[in-house]
Design a protein around this ligand. Sequence first.
Ligand code: MFK
Length: 547
Amino acid sequence: MGFQQEDFTYQDLFAENSYLKDVLAHYAESQHVDGIAEDLGGFSKRACGDVLDLMIRAEKNPPEHIAFDHWGRRVDHIEVDPSWQALHAVAAEEGMIAIGYERKSDQDSRLHQFLKLMIFHPSSAFYTCPLAMTDGATRILELEKGPLHNKFFSHLVSRDPVQFYTAGQWMTEKAGGSDVSNSETVATKKGDRFFLHGTKWFTSAITANIAMALGQTDINGEQRLSLFLIEIRDAKGSLNNIEVLRLKDKLGTKAMPTAELELKGVEGYLIGELGKGVKNIATILNISRLYNSVCATGTIYRLHSLIRDYSKKRQAFGKKLIDHSLHQETLVRTQADTNACVHFVAAMGQLLGRSETDKATRQELAALRMLTPVAKSWTAKKSVATSSELIEAFGGAGYIEDTQLPRFLRDAQVFPIWEGTTNIMSLDTLRAMAKDNVFQDTMAYIQSLLKNVEKSAEKKKVDQLIEFCGQWVQKNQKDRATMERGARIFAASLGDLFCAVLLLNFAQATQKERDRHLAKVFVRAIQVPDFYSSEDYHEFNKQTLLS
Ligand code: MFK
């Protein structure tokens, strides 16, 4: 027998002395830390044990659309592997949605939930996608407090797998992926009931129980989008006037059934005010964009733990990989980015939790709104780049399917697309700051986190970034075209800034050399933008593309 490489192992991400334990202690109120830690400690063992096995099985056996039965009757059955249903049970029993709404840890309940989802995601076969939409629907119904709340809310937050419902979000259409207002689905009123007709182009989680869908409604002769709740199946389990046209053949997220649907008169229950569909669905969008960040972060956090373990086992050029300085450099750089994502997610969980328990200040509410699209786009981009770097660090093993590694990269590519692209998120950042004092309040919130941070070269760089963001807004805020042109660089800089502040603040609090070093590595790699996207520049862009 020749050389045999020792395998990498899935580490318990919440073990003793783990980084996540320090993160929890930093962001949570001290009276909540032990309770949350106990729950995460138990689950993190499952995430590299039985739950991991379910994920591998679900990924091996992707869903199938069976359109007709043996007699040629239309059945539109979605055949899923039992492991997918078992992941539904895990999600229910572990309270993946419930934690956020039982609020046992009060304002820290979202932080608790986000850290748990982050650990779950890379072992979930993307069951976190239906959970994202379920959570958004749950929040809408929590605020609705009417008959729909009475009928569905308890199911959405149930810890009993049989009672637990998931929800889809049916928004994207052929004519409206980013520009949702172009949607063609029509909600026709008959008496005081609505029935939806149209094609939904990207509907993830067709195995869910309910869905939130947009449809055009007639308001004094004008078509305006409204939001509806749909019961996907009837009491016998058959689809309610819905036809599955096909399942999507996607680049990744293979275990998760995403369908093209034809709505053929399915009843929709109006949510919120007629004609305010986009505004009403924004609650779901904002929550699922934060889930996107959580999952993007979970992906690279797990992958980084695998490469660190492998690097201690793999020998090349006479020593272990971990002892090669260039390899160390790659791993530490990616660790700084990965940990920055962890802090972004923890901070957003903290802000969301504070807002939902009415504890948030005006500045925190502004930061929650403005930094949500930034968190989504920033962590998504880091997830793709970091997955690529870490897959490469594994060498050939990273490119071979039975190591389970290539999936990390394939799946990461969904993050910048799912729930809005980077450009759309950059524009949403501008939309957020167009209101009241949102930009100034957000900056005040960010700066408040710096108050205990000692002077250093890194702090100086952060001050430069703060100056850049402030000056850019001040100079251009009245010029929409310039704001749009620079939106992406601006949003990315805001992400860099926020993460730099969070890492410096954390290092100051823990006083650990590890955290000081990671903050330094992260901040040194940041580039402070030095141009303001002038009109000339824009004209050159256009001419270059047309030439
Ligand atoms: C996990 C596996 C996934 C499987 C594969 C999936 C592959 C990908 C499938 C997809 O297609 S994902 C893409 C899904 N599409 C989106 O996420 C939509 C992206 N587009 C946007 O987010 C646009 O910005 C938006 C549709 C919201 C623009 O619509 P409008 O009609 O131009 O919005 P408008 O008029 O600016 O805002 C209407 C109201 O909503 C305003 O309120 P007011 O009337 O009170 O002023 C806005 O402030 C409010 N609003 C909009 N976005 C908001 C928001 N409020 C809070 N938060 C937000 N994010």
